[in-house]
Unconditional design. Structure first.
Length: 114
């Protein structure tokens, strides 16, 4: 989609946990198919072992009504570094926490996104 910003920096307040800053790049924004893919390229979950983390997200209709949020993360390591399942699980839990905080805010403030 034309006109996308190549990257965006985000700063978090203390309530968000240990992540204070991250820079992400939009890879895909497809409004028709409810798909948003982005890569964290600085800060956030990145460490000396990770080059970037890419997320593929999609919203799909739930059979019983409502929406299902699907997300897949891909971890790209530096110099063939290894990361273990526990590290990935911890990062996934942090990402879920951020998602739930945003979801809660938007549900409580529906005019914030209109």
């Amino acid at each position: 989609m034309a006109g996308l910003e190549p990257s965006k920096s985000l700063r978090f307040m203390k309530a968000s946990g240990h992540i204070k800053f991250l820079k992400h790049k939009v890879d895909v924004l497809d409004k028709e198919n409810f798909t948003y893919n982005y890569s964290v390229v600085e800060g956030g979950p990145l460490s000396e072992k990770l080059e970037k983390v890419s997320y593929e997200t999609k919203l799909v209709a739930s059979p019983g009504g409502g929406t299902i949020f699907k997300s897949t993360g891909k971890y790209y390591t530096k110099d063939h570094a290894e990361i273990n399942e526990e590290q990935i699980k911890a990062e996934d839990e942090k990402a879920t926490g951020v998602f739930k905080a945003v979801e809660g805010y938007l549900l409580a403030n529906p005019d914030a996104y209109n």
